[in-house]
Write a protein of this length. Sequence first.
Length: 368
Amino acid sequence: MKIMGRTTSWTVLGGAALLIFGLVIAWGLFFSILDAQTAAEEPDAAVITNIVRDDLDELPVSAAVQYVNWLNGDLEATEEEAMPQPIGVMIENLLPVRPQSGLSQAKIVYETLAEGGATRFLVLFDGTEHMEKVGPVRSVRHYYLEWASEYDAAVMHAGGSPKGLEYLSGFAMRDLECIGRSARYCFRDTGIAAPHNLFSTSELLTFALRDNAEAWGEHQAFAGWVYKDQKDLDVRPEEARAPTVHFSSYTYDSQYEYNRTDNCYNRINGGQPHTDALTGSQICVKNVIVQFVPAEGYLPEKGRLDMNVTGTGRALIFRDGDAIDTATWAKESREGRTRWLNEDGEEIDLVRGSTWVHVVPGDRSVEY
């Protein structure tokens, strides 16, 4: 009887243990299913770097991570695409060389005076362009290198002023001299008279960056400007102010007209629509900036100009059909980024896309 009692007790205990084990398993399965349902009901958050988005709630489930291109504010799929090695090309603007090649694909363009009342462009690309011709490539001046230094940009040029060449070597800049050791990245168009016939291509620019990558080292990070999405068509102004910059003679007037449909500013150069020789289409710019700097000085050799482009001063900003005429600019050093500020000292946001900056020395006239 004792043996029988023990067997019965063990049987009862075993059954109870199995019951408890089953309840634990069921409890775990219940919460697993609940967690899975909760996760399915909650969309993955989209991650946008370096940018404030007000449409996060409207983004699709599992939206791709996006990065802001530090040159023009475009949204990119990878951090590498968003942080390209910028390359600047010095392009001339004399009347006989118009229309130039490649300007419509530029991410950022700086225009100001060289000598004799003529203007010249520092044109920044990011390597995503497809151009069978870029130029004409001409010589550099030192104040253009003040802007190139903001991006740690490689600079393609054909010679330069003494101070310009001094900057390139003294500051160990990424130098692509088309009539020197980097000549293989440029070519002469024999159908055009020298010295206005020196060009490059997007492929040659890519080769130049590749071949010099080890010697130059990794390009230095810089802070991009603040960018935003453009206005929808229905809230863009029917009429908008746009600038005309009188650099010297009428030949070098830089004028713009707002294109409401495309939300950009059609460029007019010396009274004529400024087209790109590669496309035949008029250049249309998302952001137009006028930066006022002190009156130019003159260096001893050949009447070369000197400009002070660090410090602070007045600026005009045109984007989205809006004209901001209370803006200021600030640049602390040669390598420091030029910032566009509102009356409260906050950065003014630009529309994603191309930006042309017109640096106006002294009291030259600007209409808008």
